[in-house]
Every structure is written in structure tokens, then in C-alpha cells.
Design a protein around this ligand. Sequence first.
Ligand code: PLP
Length: 404
Amino acid sequence: MDWPRIRTDFPILDQQVHGHPLVYFDNAASSQKPRSVIEALVHYYQCDNANVHRGLHELSMRATDAFEAVRGKVARLIGAAREEEIVFTRGTTESVNLVAQIWAQQFLKAGDVILLTGMEHHSNLVPWQLAAKRSGAVLKHIPVLEDGTLDLSTLDSLMTEQVKVFSCVHISNSLGTMNPVRELCARARAVGAMTLIDGAQAVGHVPVDVQAIGCDFYAFSGHKMCAPTGIGALYGRYALLESMDPWHGGGEMINRVTLETSDYKAPPARFEAGTPDIAGVIGLGAAIDYLNSIGIAAIEARCAELTKLAYTRMSELPGIRLLGPESPRGALVAFALECAHPHDLVEFANTQGLALRGGHHCTQPLMKRFKVPGTSRASFYFYNTEAEVERMMDILHQAVTFFS
Ligand code: PLP
């Protein structure tokens, strides 16, 4: 694979920050966008812009065709059985909230158990806390071991008939841990629990097959996989989506409306009230085309190479603590330096043109579990280079000298 050429598809990477070449290692927060995605947005607004679905004029039909074609692209990317199982949302957060509100309000009752893990992003924790509060259900968590993996020895006692919801993160944004989601969903299915996987760090990074995983729902965000911000999707097994009440009421999600009552469209339209983010969806489609043109397996292998190099080189730094298992891991390394608070380190790195992220990474309970106020995180995508990893190491060595 010609990675140097692929890198040139990302014009933003070719710039100086504070007098140094930009090294962008904040991909787990949001990835950069290739030219083809940016051009797809411009093309839509310059040539096809119109509202979707109801229009009988040329532009609306073009916009509708472009918009709806993306549903199939998403379905194929994540192995859904049919494209009607894809609901467009603003991203992972909105997808989880949809399920934690609508599914939970219909099917959860007092005393039921919602089983999560100790490494969930707040997006897959707070919505369930709200659902528990509303329903009287009880929240439980699979603990995280010192090595950053889940303590699966607790499953026999935790995965009981009382568990009605099991939800967990596919790849942890704070540890890099790749959870055994297929095995966990099988265990959850065996006790009759509904399953939802948070795939924010997985889709576009590793091959994802929702049918092989065997989950009921799968949530992800476009902006972490080369698509624009504000767009993502919820996969839902069709029978489950069909059994659910609508979420937002409004245009597009109804068949017939009287002054008193309405009846609702079948999924996915039932969950997509109002004018959607048409450009965002089209941008998501362009991102999927782009990623497929490289190949998800090649992207996974490239990210694994960069991550391995970074992990090995970083483990040589004096006074560093690396969190999460060495391997397998997602494309990130989170760490704590004895000599510097993460915020100070990230500010120092910024003065050298290096974009890291420091803080709790929306996983405050996990930071408490590891007894750190926060961590610094370097996260990679396929357009990063070995030379950038070496540049980060220079900067981290400078930081150790500066702060010690
Ligand atoms: N889950 C994980 C594991 C994440 O890393 C993130 C974002 O960082 C989210 C959920 C939330 O994603 P979004 O803000 O795109 O809804």
C-alpha cells in the first residue's frame, strides 16, 4: 500500500503549527477528512442541494438517491442483513440515547439489571443511568482488571436472568482494549438480554460484522472514520426496531396524521423525524467509499503497526505508565508521566506542533479505577507515519527533561 500517497489525500496534514510540522495524534477524538469527502460535501451543496424524500423535482430526487444510497453502504460496511436496519443519527451518543430512551421505556422495569462494564465512555453510561432512574432498573458493571481487560471471571455471577440489557464498548477509547464482544453478546443472549455495542472506535478501523457479533444494536460515529461531524448511525436488528415506538415526532416518520392521532412509518423512517443531515450522510457515504478503496483490513494492519511502534518506544521513557493491554489494542496509547500532569504535557506538546489529548477522555470512573486524575493519549490513523511517532518521542523526551 502506498501510504505516503494516501497521506496526500488529507490536505490538512500539510501545515505548520507553532513553527513545527503538524503531528496529528488525536484521531480517537476525531479523524481528519480526505479530499474526496470534502469534495462530496461541496458537490452536494453546489449541484444537488434540496430536501430529501418528498420532492418530485430533479434536485430533490438526486439528493434522495444520494442520501438513501448511503444506507446500503453502511449496511454492507458493518454486515447488517438489510439496509432498513440502519438509522441515521448524529453519532454514537445519539444512537445510545435512542435505545436507552425508547427501548428502555417499553421493555425495562423495576428490578431489571442493566449490565455495563467499568470502561464505558460517558455516552454509554449516562444514558443508562437515566434509564435506570426512570425505570427502577439496577446498574451493574463488569470490573476492569489492572491490565485493562475485563474481569471475565465475574461473568458467572453478573450475567444472570435478571440482566435485560448488556452494553459494552467494542474498543476502549481510554485503554485501547479490544473487548470480546462476540463472546459477551453470546453470554448475554443466553440469559435473554438485549445487547448494544458502542463501536465508536471500531467502525472504519477494524472489520465489523454485526451479525457475527450477534448484537441487537450497534452504535457508531462518522467523524472518527473520515466522515463529517454530526453524522453517525444506529444499527438495530429489524424485528427489534419494528417493536419500538418512535423517538422524535415530526415530519417523515408518519404515514397518516389527523388532528388527534398519527400512525407511524416502518423503521428506519420511524426514527428519523425532520430534515436529516443530508450533506453529512452523503459525506459519510464518501468516507465509506474512500475507506473501502484502501480496505479496512489494510487500515487495521497499518494502525496496528504504528501503535506497536509507539507502544514499544513509549515504554522506554523514564517515569511513564502505559494503560491497557499491550496487545491486541486499538490504535491508541494512553499514558501517565510521573513528572507532568496530562494537561501540562499536552500544552507542551502543542507548542511543538504535536496534537495529543489529555484528561479523563469521558471515562471518569475508569480514571478513578486506575487512580489517575487523567491520562495523555496519542491516537493514530492510517495516514500517520513512523516518522511522526519518532517526532512524538523526541517531544516526550524533551518534556521529561523540562518537567523533571
Ligand atoms: N464511545 C466511545 C468509545 C468514544 O470514543 C466516543 C467519542 O470519543 C463516543 C462513544 C461518543 O462519540 P460521539 O461524541 O461521536 O457521539
